[in-house]
Ligand binder design. Structure first.
Ligand code: GMT
Length: 377
């Protein structure tokens, strides 16, 4: 018999993939009948309209003049505790070990120790923060204090255990896409705004942080365009964007590149593309490659982190070692020049996303983890 749970979810509401996955998971669990309480600093950006079983609790940070830094983590822990008590939550599902698992630990202690904690690792908390010796112990504490820990790729599990020298069991829960939202959209009319019918469209979507290697995106594009007529669509904004814009100008490619800024309807935007470029330096999973895959768009990218667990090189895209832009460009040209091969890759993308990374499968995995930590058969 279905036993609905009361779950508190904390994530960075506006931060890329982890925020998207946490929000989408909450929405799907609410649809299944669970009661979901988002406890975050602002409204998660994909939360959308009012929905049954979904509640939002904003963390307000005190900025009394005695504090040099407003104590966000303590405000979050107090809010988690208040919501857990008032709403009688069964568990807190936090995304990121630091600070969220630590805040959940404090909330658990304040609530008398019964509240369960599930922590999902997304990458940056491990691949970046755990490099810092001063933070290692607190990350270990967050992981160790959780009743269950999950990570979004095998590579991230390996890296977490190696970097922190821990044997804590970490369950694999791949990211997912909602198949009702991510599918190839009919955008042929909109595509005319960006490319001529004979031109290919390459796309990159990210927050333009250095780990994304957006300079490689431009190099790959330039090499592809030297072989066949193409356009580059850049989606998103971030610290490296100005540098990339001047690189594009200095290479004389400005008439071939379109900047779309931040976009909300990613499925619609991705459906404009023939290929996605993801040559990252670090990538625990690469959610955007999955979103592209679900829209029938193969990825050309690097073998960093968890990307090879998602993109099957030679079937749903092509991967090459980090920085090997000539190899990536050669793969792109080969795929774009062979209609039969491209159709096969597109079909494989749709099939793989629907079978291996579909919302029903992964939501059920998370539900099982929740019931297990609560001892509910
Ligand atoms: O990659 C980013 O800049 C954002 C970051 C985040 O915390 O949202 O993404 C991480 O989590 C995503 C969702 O699980 C993964 O798809 C990304 O690969 C991961 N980023 C890194 O590992 C650099």
């Amino acid at each position: 018999m279905f036993r609905p749970l009361k779950i508190g979810i904390t994530c960075y509401p506006s931060l890329g993939g982890s925020g998207v996955v946490a929000t989408e998971l909450g929405k799907l669990l609410a649809e299944k009948g669970h009661e979901i309480h988002f406890i975050t600093q602002s409204m998660p950006f994909r939360l959308g309209k009012f929905q049954r079983n979904i509640y939002y609790h904003e963390v307000e940070v005190s900025d009394y003049y005695v504090f040099r830094y407003p104590p966000y983590d303590l405000s979050l822990a107090s809010k988690m505790h208040q919501v857990a008590k008032l709403q009688e939550l069964d568990l807190l599902h936090v995304h990121y070990a630091v600070p969220h698992a630590i805040c959940a630990l404090l909330a658990k202690q304040m609530s008398g120790g019964k509240l369960k904690i599930v922590t999902t690792l997304h990458g940056t908390d491990i691949t970046v923060l755990a490099q810092d010796e001063t933070l290692k112990d607190i990350i270990r504490l967050g992981i160790g204090a959780s009743d269950a820990v999950t990570a979004v790729s095998r590579d991230l599990i390996r890296e977490t255990q190696e970097l922190l020298d821990i044997r804590t069991p970490i369950e694999l829960t791949y990211n997912f896409v909602d198949k009702r939202v991510y599918y190839p959209r009919e955008v042929s009319d909109m595509r005319k705004d960006f490319a001529e019918p004979h031109e290919k469209v390459l796309m990159h979507i990210s927050n333009f942080r250095p780990v994304k290697r957006t300079s490689d995106v431009v190099d790959i594009f330039a090499k592809v365009h030297a072989e066949l007529p193409a356009r580059l669509l850049l989606v998103g904004e971030g610290p490296d964007l100005p540098k990339i814009q001047s690189k594009i100008r200095s290479m004389g490619l400005e008439h071939r590149v379109h900047y779309l800024g931040k976009q909300d309807d990613v499925a619609e935007v991705l459906s404009l593309a023939d290929l996605l470029l993801l040559p990252s330096e670090k990538e625990s999973f690469g959610l955007v490659a999955l979103e592209a895959m679900a829209c029938g768009v193969p990825t050309i990218g690097s073998t960093a982190g968890g990307i090879p667990e998602l993109v099957v090189s030679g079937e749903t895209g092509f991967l090459a070692p980090i920085g090997h832009t000539s190899e990536m460009a050669a793969h792109a040209v080969r795929l774009l020049s062979d209609e039969g091969m491209y159709a096969q890759f597109r079909e494989a993308c749709l099939m793989r996303s629907r079978t291996q990374f579909c919302n029903d499968l992964i939501t059920a995995q998370y539900e099982k983890i929740y019931y297990d930590v609560l001892g509910i058969p």
